[in-house]
Design a protein around this ligand. Sequence first.
Ligand code: TPP
Ligand code: MG
Length: 548
Amino acid sequence: MAGMNLSVYLLRRLKTLGVDHVFGIPGDYVLPFFDALIASDVEHVAACNELNAGYAADGYARLKGLGAVAVTYGPGAFSLVNAVAGAYAERVPVVVICGGPRREAYSEQPYLHHILPGNYAASVRLFADITVGARRLDDPSRAPAEIDELLTLAMSERRPVYLEIPVNLQLQEVGPQPLASAEMLPADQTAAPAVVQAVAARMLAADRCVVLVGHEVRAMGLEAQVLALIDKTALPVASVFSGKAEFLEQHPRCIGIYLGLGSPPEVREFVEGADVVVWLGAVPSDFNKGASPTAPTDEQSVVIYDWQLTNAGATMTDVSLAGIVSGLHAVLPANHWSKLKAPLHVFAHKRTEPYEPVPDNKLTNQRLYDRLVHFIADDDMVVADGGPIVNLAYAQFPARARLLMSSYWASIGTGTGLALGACFAASSEQRVIAILGDGSFQMSAQELSTLIRYGKACIVVVINNCGYTLERVIHDGPFNDIAAWQYHRLPEAFGGAPGLEVRTEGELEAALASADAHTGPGPLLIEVHLDAWDVPEVFLTIGGKMGK
Ligand SMILES: Cc1ncc(C[n+]2csc(CCOP(=O)(O)OP(=O)(O)O)c2C)c(N)n1
Ligand SMILES: [Mg+2]
């Protein structure tokens, strides 16, 4: 290991942890790192701006377990803030590599570009709030250990970390240090047996018990364990909005998705009328309770989330989700709930419902998703942004399809970047299908050119409904209108990829046939026109409540 420099060390560690691509944009404070990146076996992927590079690293990390983004100081790093905050909120391990000024400058404090006047600590401080570790690496002899510590933290907490590396240290030798092992830690199993027993006893005493699954289950890699728990016990289970658990929607005990007032009536009645509601890796948040005045109360609920367990209002810390899931699996009797009658697979859009196109009919929101649910197949990676996130909540997913979206942090504009990252994480057989609202797409549309540049055969569906429909249903005004773009013509302007326009059911069939046949290189964009107010009835109900 003699002669290894800091950047090479970091890149080797990333590579061992499965990171084959680093997204990002250079600048003078990070150029030595970029030289090392280009010379390494990790590929650099350029995005049009740092925010989108951050979203791409997020999409990549959701699929590969770790992602990385490299940027320059100040404007580069600060542009990343929303993407990193989202990764923190949604538990996605993204490594931020930020090149900083020369090490001596931190004490001498000269006026330099990209530095807030007199504030050389600003970046580390800013990222401290939105990562599980934000550090400046200013001692090459300690850097390998610090890098390993931060990477381990990112992997075990499933949250971002921030590494600031002074420009004159990026190629400094780190000494003849062996590569320490910063392997992905197994999910922490801690959950005191007494805690598990208390939850199990409460569940067993209830007439009706239901499990709600949210975004932490996926983030912590516990999908198989949760399925095994449901298999063994026959507990009725539903997803929630934040981190819709698409992987369990085909399970014989899956009742559907709980969205408060937005739930199908039988799902709402079953969940809200339960004696015990177990929120697994799910938050009883405003979005997940969907403005329902009769949403599960604290007394009704057991909430296991963010290393905390709240049972009937009393909170305990240091309880891991993995520990509770495996503990419950061990102590709950087999088939205990098999006689509990529960609704089954209640989804507005299901593959089992036949769909017959009426070619000349103008396409509607309802019919679009009735059709898309047949298009989405096992092993597809679906990315959603804006209104499509809510519409897809009502679609039943194939067991092996993945849905990527910002549904807890809920930042629109993430979709194109997430899709870009997913394209680099996907295997060559996997399709990436992005279904994006026009308002969301306008925030990051230039990454279409990145998909073209790298020849990624992504299907990008842009729903042109003339603006911010989700906001219209809450509170309308001219602020919800957006510029009228000819979305289907963008691929041509951005470098020559096909773009199609859909207004009728017949045109949708033709476009989806093209999508099925599309192998690239580069994306296929399908612009779908819908009316601005064409939304499911429930959106109007919830929107009205949220507006108040
Ligand atoms: C970064 C960010 N800015 C603003 C919002 C508020 N917001 C939530 S939904 C939405 C409109 C989404 O529009 P679009 O993507 O076109 O989907 P549609 O509602 O039209 O289906 C806005 C502006 C947000 N969530 N995130
Ligand atoms: Mg829209």
